[in-house]
Design a protein around this ligand. Sequence first.
Ligand code: DBV
Length: 252
Amino acid sequence: MTLYQPFLDYAIATLRDRLDLQPYPIPEGFERKSAIVGKGKNQEEVVTTSYAFSATKLRQIRAAHVQGGKSLQVLNFVIFPHLNYDLPFFGADLVTLPGGHLIALDMQPLFRDDRTYQAKYTEPIFPIFHHYQQHLPWGGDFPEEARPFFSPVFLWTRPQATSVVETHVFEAFKDYLNAYLNFVAQAKPIDEIQGLTEIKQAQLRYLRYRSQKDPARGMFQRFYGSDWTEEYIHGFLFDLERKLSDNAFTSV
Ligand code: DBV
């Protein structure tokens, strides 16, 4: 059992339990990808598996799980709501590299500086955030340009010990996911044009940032080549623009 498998199993079981989960298409050739990397006795098989679902209020729920031995494990898990809900994105980036663990967990806001939005989607999370922050201290510098996309309850930490990932990080992941699903349960569709336009712009802003700056791009290029990587990023991981142009005359 690899480090993030229990996170993925928990997430899928919880989503099945709490939502009307439907399959979401994964482009052919992207469900599973493998490559042999390294030389001699350092050779490792690196396998990337993808998972995707949708639900009534959620356009795409997707996970990418990279397994390449003890010092290369990644679970990137994001929930993209439908464009007629003001819900934040659920974003988890759980990364283990030879240098250590890097954990990002957040309810990423559509409108970071809007006080009403914060009261609705950030303040309820403060108790959970403060509870875990004592065990998961701030991870230090991260790209300034990423700031607009993070909430004040962004858990960002670089634990030394794997046991911290297995315990505190796993518990935080569960609590954030369940709190997110509480928001989903309460969310009401937006139907006025102004609100819908703002949501679409905010979703596209987030999506363009994440796809342009994907910190995994270099890693995927090394393992699987640059054509596969670009298609994986734009055709699966961050696919909203493609879906909008595929469905120019229908709703997404
Ligand atoms: N990051 C992704 C996707 C990944 C992924 C789709 C499928 O957005 C993995 C894989 N993240 C990944 C890897 C690294 C990081 C780093 C492999 C290490 C890159 C390296 O050191 O070579 C949060 N992730 C990072 C970093 C940040 C984030 C701030 C540090 C790198 C940097 O300084 O740019 N990713 C970023 C973020 C979210 C997220 C804000 C939201 C929770 O998913």
